[in-house]
Write a protein that binds this ligand. Structure first.
Ligand SMILES: [Zn+2]
Length: 217
């Protein structure tokens, strides 16, 4: 069998195996195969390879599908964990951290200082102001610094008494504040016993703003 004839047959073998060549080529290959052992073996190998390929493909497709399924599960799991963690942090942030109360919304008109004949000063809170979670008193010194907020606060020159209300953050963003049915009175000090105190104020620690509630006359 000539090398040239083998080469031609080898070129046509793949098409022959797939039954895709012309009648003429088919006849040529068939004729050649009848006489050439080497090319017959080649065709046999080719047929084996062809018959194996679909199984391989299915295995590969299954493997890819499985990998995609696992990837989807992992992504879904991570997304769920992120959502849960985000939700937990948001809840924690809103319920467990405090912010100063909005003066215009919650303090103005709801809180005042009452002075009695004997010089006693009372802090009177009503409605929304009473719904504060915490109340911080702060003394002011002669330089306008506040105890608890400014590290250089000077005890010797204190001349003002301030109050800061705080509430959990979710109350600040809630559309409705919680009205309280009764007002609440808290004793502050007697102005005759503390002659240095010139003023009682509401202190917004965030904007470092004082809102005067009472002034010595
Ligand atoms: Zn041959």
């Amino acid at each position: 069998m000539s090398k040239r004839s083998c080469d031609m047959a080898a070129d046509l073998l793949p098409l022959y195996a797939e039954n895709m060549c012309s009648e003429e080529s088919r006849a040529f290959v068939a004729e050649h195969l009848a006489e050439c052992d080497a090319c017959r073996q080649k065709l046999q190998k080719m047929n084996t390879a062809v018959s194996v390929r679909p199984d391989d493909d299915i295995t590969t497709i299954k493997r890819i599908k499985k990998r995609i399924r696992i990837e989807k599960l992992v992504i879904a799991g991570v997304a769920a964990a992120v959502c849960l963690l985000g939700g937990w942090f948001t809840m924690f942030f809103l319920t467990s951290t405090a912010c100063d109360m909005d003066y215009d919304k919650s303090i103005a008109g709801h809180i005042r200082v009452e002075e009695e004949e004997d010089g006693d000063l009372w802090l009177v809170r009503e409605d929304t102001a009473t719904a504060a979670d915490t109340c911080f008193p702060t003394i002011r010194d002669g330089q306008g610094r506040h105890m608890g907020y400014d590290k250089d606060f000077d005890k010797e020159t204190k001349n003002g008494y301030g109050i800061t209300f705080q509430w959990a953050r979710f109350k600040a963003i809630a559309p409705l504040t919680i009205p309280m049915p009764t007002e609440e009175r808290t004793f502050l000090f007697n102005k005759n016993e503390k002659p240095a105190m010139q003023e009682v104020f509401y202190y917004d620690a965030n904007s470092k703003t004082e809102y005067t509630l009472w002034e010595r006359s």
